[in-house]
Design a protein around this ligand. Structure first.
Ligand code: UD1
Length: 403
């Protein structure tokens, strides 16, 4: 195994990939005679400084070796453009393994290209490794669910974060030999960054030191792309916002919808400004960097979110979380962790918030969420023989049992 290519594209990819890069660096330091070459590819699905660049600094990620600069577009346009540009990269670089992480469009697009890359001179295609395999919301209306299912069925090595992931993959007919329960690289990043996050000045900047506050994120199209739904969620937050400050660093899509739908009166300050946020109400902020956000999350009384990763991060931090969705693909955050699935109705959101504010149950950390998942994954990859052998190649998708 000489060359590992890691693909990132969107904000939630960076913290999942950073521990893999760190583990490769460690290997190369400790094994000077047998170094592995790393090629980090950024598709450019996210491109704003606060959606991408800031995370490279905060997570100590090297600048990408290759940047595909695809930018935004419809799902079809974005996925197709990533595929088109990534094919040229794969042909030129010839890695032994392509590692994709998470469930964004970049994840599927690059796995699909790698699975069908033409190879000459008797070489086989690269192995495909999927980090965060097996998660299922069983909701095919979510673009991420489609990305997850298809990527898993293309991958040769499936690295799973929680028990449910293994069960889902086995039920879909994926051979046990391809599945590796390694833990959660997103939690590796949380644990590795806590000391630096505590040095963040964000609590002082926002006037929140020793003030109880909640933290809110919303960006799912199903929640923010229709005025009625967005409004309904904001109304579900009203009791809480009457009594405590809610910090809302909004995704660019969400910021735009607020303006488009005329929802500014729900917020304390105009979008895009940072101010003193100690007063009750919903305080709209620009997206935050990783360390500032981690600091705010760690000290929050409550987190309300529709993100996948934040459900896991709050579980690892022992912070109560209310998930504004009808389902979760991360059930361990509910069964063992700090998470409650609230649904998206005004009344159910209100009820879940009230319940979580009273909760005092210590969470158990899920199995293998110990900060060493990246290390386990890289050890496994380094033990692989090289580019895919015939028997490693995956069965066609049509042979797989569907969910
Ligand atoms: C993507 C992921 C989602 C993940 C989220 C985290 C898919 C299908 N979805 O959703 O799983 O939770 O990232 O943020 O891959 N935009 C900017 N600047 C940027 C990036 C995006 O302004 O740097 C705006 C653009 O208007 C763009 C919109 O956000 O059209 C949506 O971006 P896109 O990458 O298509 O999906 P996300 O909603 O960010």
């Amino acid at each position: 195994m000489n060359k590992i290519m890691i693909v990132v594209g969107a904000r939630p990819n960076f913290m999942k990939a950073a521990p893999l890069v760190a583990a490769i660096r460690r290997h190369n330091r400790n094994s000077l005679a047998n170094p592995v070459s790393l090629c980090l590819v950024h598709t450019g699905q996210h491109y704003d400084e606060m959606m991408s660049g800031a995370f490279f600094d905060d997570l100590d990620l090297p600048a990408p070796d290759l940047h595909l600069a695809v930018g935004s577009g419809s799902h079809a346009v974005q996925t197709a453009e990533i595929m088109r540009r990534f094919e040229a990269v794969l042909l030129a670089q010839e890695p032994d393994i392509v590692v994709v992480v998470g469930d964004v469009n970049s994840t599927l697009a690059c796995a699909l290209v790698a699975s069908k890359i033409p190879c000459d001179g008797g070489r086989s295609r690269p192995l495909i490794a999927h980090v965060e395999a097996g998660l299922r919301s069983f909701d095919r209306d979510m673009p991420e669910e489609v990305n997850r299912v298809l990527t898993d069925h293309l991958a040769d090595l499936l690295f799973v974060t929680e028990e449910s992931g293994m069960q889902n993959l086995l039920r879909e007919g994926i051979p046990d030999s391809k599945i590796h329960f390694v833990g959660n690289t997103m939690i590796d990043s949380v644990l590795a960054s806590l000391v630096k996050a505590e040095q963040s000045r964000i609590l002082d900047q926002l006037g929140l030191r020793r003030i109880p506050y909640s933290l809110l994120t919303l960006h799912r199209p199903a929640n923010v792309d229709q005025r009625e739904m967005f409004l309904n969620i904001l109304e579900g937050l009203q009791d809480l916002s009457n009594t405590c400050p809610i910090l809302f660093p909004a995704h660019p899509r969400t910021g735009r919808r607020i303006q488009e739908f005329g929802l500014e009166p729900f917020f304390m300050v105009p979008a895009g400004t940072k101010d003193t946020c100690a007063a009750p109400g919903i305080h709209l902020l620009e997206p935050l960097g990783y360390l500032d956000f981690l600091c705010l999350m760690k000290h929050a009384a409550l987190v309300i979110t529709d993100s996948g990763g934040i459900q896991e991060e709050t579980t690892s931090l022992g912070v109560p979380c209310v998930t504004v969705r009808k389902n979760t693909e991360r059930p361990v955050t509910v069964s063992r962790g700090t998470n409650v699935i609230a649904g998206t109705e005004e009344g159910t959101i209100r009820k879940a918030i009230a319940k979580q504010l009273l909760t005092n149950q210590p969470a158990t950390l899920p199995e293998k969420w110990d900060g060493r998942a990246g290390e386990r994954i890289i050890a496994k990859l380094l033990a692989m023989p090289g580019r895919a052998e015939e028997e490693d190649l995956v069965a066609p998708l049509s042979n797989a049992t569907s969910t």
